[in-house]
Design a protein around this ligand. Structure first.
Ligand code: ATP
Length: 305
């Protein structure tokens, strides 16, 4: 029986390996299908931006039709203003930024920029108008100069330095023994989460888009790094229409409007002060985060927002 069992066992092993490989391929094809779904229409025109006013109009979205993620979400970001989206994990916050960048198309409603439905414009022109500072920045195995200049290939050293200074990363670069020529990425210097985010901000400043999406990292940062990043973000969002996907409420107290998303629906909206006074969902979230960060706030009272 044992003799018979062993080949069967090996067969089982091979079968499982083949199944897993097929599953991986399925996932790959699913990803390819998603990428292929979002195509330029034959009559797509280039996006024409004036101030970069953003509107989400009754937006519905589902990655899988059986599980709706966004339900009738409507808000706008006037040109040059900042709107922040907050809410518990899984609420659909990052999905909003993926839809705006058109990684996926909405399943209901529409998204417009300066009155143009983003499905009717070319993807190239749409993506040229939007800068994303993502949660996790991809670094190339190249120099730090290359990694920042990626925002606008061909930028000269003076432009690079201005962007790096505004993103609060210039001093860090200057302390490296090889300076701008320092190799970073997997085969070079590993940057911390906060440093990577500042590289992303510098890239975006070089790209100089009218619209900005800041997808804040979930990871907690120390007070000093947090302040440097806040200063960099403030610089980056000046004069740009900005959508902040926020995890730390301390970074968005100045936003023109705060949208509170829960399970794909807007449950509250207003300014920081207005929402605190309301004493609802946002106020509770604020209280719980303040309790968590109270000792640090006490230790360093002056705030840079
Ligand atoms: P967090 O604060 O944790 O980043 P979030 O509010 O940004 O959360 P989203 O990333 O927008 O949440 O995700 C919303 C929901 O959509 C989650 O339940 C998530 O599991 C689901 N989701 C996200 N991406 C995909 C995908 N590619 N395919 C299927 N479901 C997805």
């Amino acid at each position: 029986l044992l003799q018979l069992y062993q080949p069967l066992n090996i067969f089982g092993f091979v079968y499982r390996a083949v199944r897993e490989a097929l599953n991986d391929m399925e996932t790959m094809f699913e990803l390819l299908t998603v990428a292929a779904e979002v195509r330029d229409r034959p009559d797509a025109r280039p996006l024409v931006t004036r101030g970069g006013e953003l509107r989400f109009e009754a937006v519905d979205f589902a990655y899988d039709p059986r599980r709706p993620i966004l339900k009738g979400v409507g808000f706008s970001v006037p040109a040059g203003r900042t709107v922040a989206v907050v809410g518990p994990t899984g609420a659909g916050k990052s999905t909003l930024s993926r839809l705006l960048y058109r990684f996926y198309d909405v399943t209901g409603g529409r998204i417009t920029i300066d009155g143009q439905d983003i499905r009717e414009v070319t993807q190239d022109s749409l993506r040229a108008a939007i800068g994303i500072v993502p949660q996790d920045t991809v670094l190339f195995n190249d120099t730090i100069a290359y990694n920042i200049a990626y925002g606008r290939p061909g930028a000269d050293r003076a432009e690079l330095e201005r962007a790096a200074a505004a993103a609060q990363i210039l001093r860090f670069v200057q302390t490296l023994p090889d300076g701008w020529e320092t190799q970073v990425g997997e085969r070079g210097l590993k940057l911390s989460g906060g440093e990577k985010q500042r590289v992303a901000i510098a890239r975006t400043l070089l790209k100089d888009p009218p619209i900005l999406i800041l997808d804040e990292a979930t990871s907690a940062l120390d007070t000093h790094t947090e302040r440097e990043i806040q200063a960099a973000l403030k610089e980056a969002s000046r004069g740009r229409t900005t959508l902040v996907i926020a995890h730390r409420l301390s970074t968005i107290v100045d936003a023109d409007e705060i949208i509170v998303l829960d399970q794909g629906r807007i449950v509250e909206r207003g300014t920081h002060a207005g929402l605190l006074a309301r004493g609802g969902f946002y106020a509770a979230l604020w209280r719980s985060q303040q309790e968590g960060t109270a000792p640090e706030t006490e230790a360093e009272p002056e705030t840079v927002v």
